[in-house]
Design a protein around this ligand. Structure first.
Ligand code: CP
Length: 312
């Protein structure tokens, strides 16, 4: 794995390797000194042209736990705000020694462009590009599902698990990456949302789409993944009446009660409480939101470790 650009490009074998390696790294988090010397001398650069809390910090913690040196770039305060291009920015951090570049960008395809352009030799990890993909989010979601539903998940896919992804599918890179990765791992994936939020090319996605959330809950999904409305990516006028959308697609306490007793609630964050999910549900025992965040560190450690193995 020289680059990690999208869930569609990962094989089942490679994704299970990431998940199994992440299980081994989970143990490190519990140590008094949660650090391994594995990437000592390796420099990792986080290039974030878009805001982030979880992904950037999680990659930085993951790299630190592996003893890598971390260079942090954020759009605000950088020379990109003076007009410097992605190419020049990436070449600049590589010239300072970065071997792995973790890129978040508002432009769909930015990570693929950086990896395929020949601008840099560094490995590229897509940390979210526009509405396209967010593969490490999908990997950490898969890791969470395996942890929740299998007592000994090593080597296992997600056969027999039904996941409903609810909300603004069209603008969500998290939905796109999860659809392809969870399907690859054997899960059944259903989408739930208004027709206005159906993604382009849905007919080629291995899913069914439901427009009535209450009806969908009759299917008793094992997990619901709630999505924030990506207002920052909706350039035209919001296509729905906001109050109707919240009424029809919010995970309320009443709707959460209709999940099977083992059913879990996921959310990639950031959460808009009271919009896509009620505060009581986000804080309930069913919610695995913070477990997703914790699993993100070990999954990103695994990605960095395996990528460095392929690059060195
Ligand atoms: N899930 C996720 O990508 O969160 P951030 O935008 O905070 O990184």
């Amino acid at each position: 794995m020289r680059n990690l650009l999208g869930a569609r490009e990962i094989s089942r074998q490679d994704s299970l390797k990431v998940l199994d390696t992440a299980l081994e790294f989970e143990e490190v988090a519990g140590r008094n000194m949660p650090k391994l010397p594995t990437l000592r001398g390796v420099t990792v650069a986080t290039l974030f042209f878009e805001d982030s809390t979880r992904t950037r910090l999680s990659f930085e913690v993951a790299a630190n736990r592996l003893s890598a040196d971390v260079m942090t770039f954020q759009l605000q305060g950088s020379s990109a705000s003076k007009g410097e291009s992605l190419k020049d920015t990436a070449q600049t951090v590589e010239a300072m020694g970065a071997s792995i570049i973790i890129l978040r960008h508002s432009s769909s395809g930015a990570a693929v462009r950086l990896a395929s352009s020949g601008w840099v030799q560094a490995g590229v990890i897509n940390a979210g590009d526009g509405t396209h993909e967010h593969p490490t989010q999908a990997l950490l979601d898969a890791a969470t599902l395996r942890r929740e539903f299998f007592s000994d998940p090593k080597g296992l896919g997600l056969e027999g698990i039904h996941v409903g992804i609810v909300g603004d599918i069209a603008h969500s890179r998290v939905a796109r990456s999860n659809v392809f990765l969870l399907n690859l791992l054997g899960a059944k994936v259903s989408l739930v949302g208004p027709i206005e939020f159906a993604p382009q090319g849905l007919e080629n996605w291995p899913v069914s789409m439901h427009h009535d959330f209450d009806e969908f809950l009759d299917e008793k999904p094992d997990a619901l993944m709630m999505l924030r409305v990506q207002k920052e990516r909706i350039r035209e006028r919001f296509p729905l009446v906001w109050g109707d959308y919240v009424r029809d697609y919010s995970l309320t306490v009443q709707r959460a009660k209709r999940l099977p007793s083992h059913g879990i609630v996921m959310h990639p964050g950031p959460i808009n409480r009271g919009v896509e999910i009620a505060s009581e549900v986000a804080d309930s025992d069913r919610s695995v939101v913070l477990k997703q965040v914790r699993n993100g560190v070990s999954v990103r450690m695994a990605v960095l470790y395996l990528m460095w193995g392929a690059l060195s």
